[in-house]
Design a protein around this ligand. Structure first.
Ligand SMILES: Nc1ncnc2c1ncn2[C@@H]1O[C@H](COP(=O)(O)OP(=O)(O)OP(=O)(O)O)[C@@H](O)[C@H]1O
Ligand SMILES: Cc1ncsc1CCO
Length: 273
């Protein structure tokens, strides 16, 4: 896990650079993703028409390929944006939402991964297992949870899956769930804490993927960025939960508090949360 001062340096870089992220995302969580990036000190440009995707990538600093609610044109736009970002050496984050949910998703995301190199894959346990099965002889999970994970891996299995995914795609991976694991194939880091109420709002993972894209624009390596973003998002959920309890709030309060706490952590590090 990055040292506190390393996280502070990432925060300073974000505040100074205000990175703009080209987000190819999904209509379910699009507004949360845009607001999260603004709360965290960056900004979003949503553009997923094939005719403009690469052009928009060119003036942004990072690229988020969230394949939720896919169609052919959207995946083609992801490929165009991803290739352009690779050519410019801009960081690319892939969030392969529900990749196991249909043959169409498996085929199109496999095609995307054959043409675009993500610097970070942020996914849940089931999505990681399905990705591995696409490019190895690992068997695909037999039942799937749609966009949620039907898998509940042990700590040692999730660590070995993270390492396998990182090695297979020569990248860094952040697998989320009851515990998170970051691996670049050599280093593996477990992240714990948080608040399980995050599973009762949609987009907890989509927002984290956007935060990772922002942190990749401000950290020394994808591994440091993923550890810092994953750790921060769990701390944010924990503080949001405490504040929700203190005001006897429900899941709507928790959702709103995620944005308030994130903004305070990045812009007012002196605040006692
Ligand atoms: N049981 C849990 N307890 C605490 N935090 C959790 C738990 N499960 C997931 N999280 C956290 O929720 C966030 C989202 O992870 P999750 O695995 O739910 O992503 P996802 O399935 O891609 O989400 P979505 O599809 O809703 O965007 C991560 O920060 C993760 O650490
Ligand atoms: C529910 C849902 N379906 C596609 S994307 C999404 C948001 C959480 O990933």
């Amino acid at each position: 896990m990055p040292h506190v001062t390393d996280i502070e340096i990432i925060f300073q870089n974000i505040r100074r650079k205000a990175p703009k992220i080209h987000c190819l995302t999904n209509p379910v969580t699009m507004q949360d993703v845009a607001n999260l990036l603004l709360a965290a000190g960056g900004s979003a440009v949503m553009g997923q028409n094939e005719k403009e995707a690469a052009e928009i990538t060119g003036f942004c600093q990072g690229t988020l390929l969230n394949t939720g609610v896919p169609d052919e044109a959207k995946i083609n736009a992801c490929i165009l944006a991803g290739k352009k970002a690779n050519a410019l050496r801009h960081p690319v984050v892939l969030d392969p939402v529900g990749v196991g949910a249909s043959a169409f998703r498996r085929e199109t995301i496999k095609n995307l991964l054959a043409q675009v190199h993500p610097d970070l894959i942020r996914c849940n346990q089931e999505e990681a297992a399905v990705l591995c099965s696409l490019f190895s002889d690992r068997t695909s999970p037999r039942s799937h949870g749609g966009v949620e994970s039907a898998l509940r891996l042990t700590e040692s299995d999730v660590c070995s899956t993270a390492k396998q995914t990182a090695n297979l795609f020569r990248t860094t991976v952040l697998i989320t769930g009851a515990m998170d694991v970051v691996s670049d194939g050599e280093n593996t880091q477990l992240l714990t804490g948080g608040d399980s109420r995050i599973c009762r709002i949609t987009g907890g993972g989509c927002m984290l993927s956007a935060l990772c894209a922002l942190f990749l624009c401000a950290a020394d390596s994808p591994f440091d960025a993923a550890c810092a973003a994953g750790t921060l998002w769990r701390e944010v959920a924990c503080c949001a939960g405490r504040r929700t309890d203190a005001t006897h709030g429900g899941i709507g309060t928790f959702h709103t508090q995620l944005f308030d706490v994130l903004e305070e952590k990045i812009f007012n590090t002196e605040t006692d949360l």
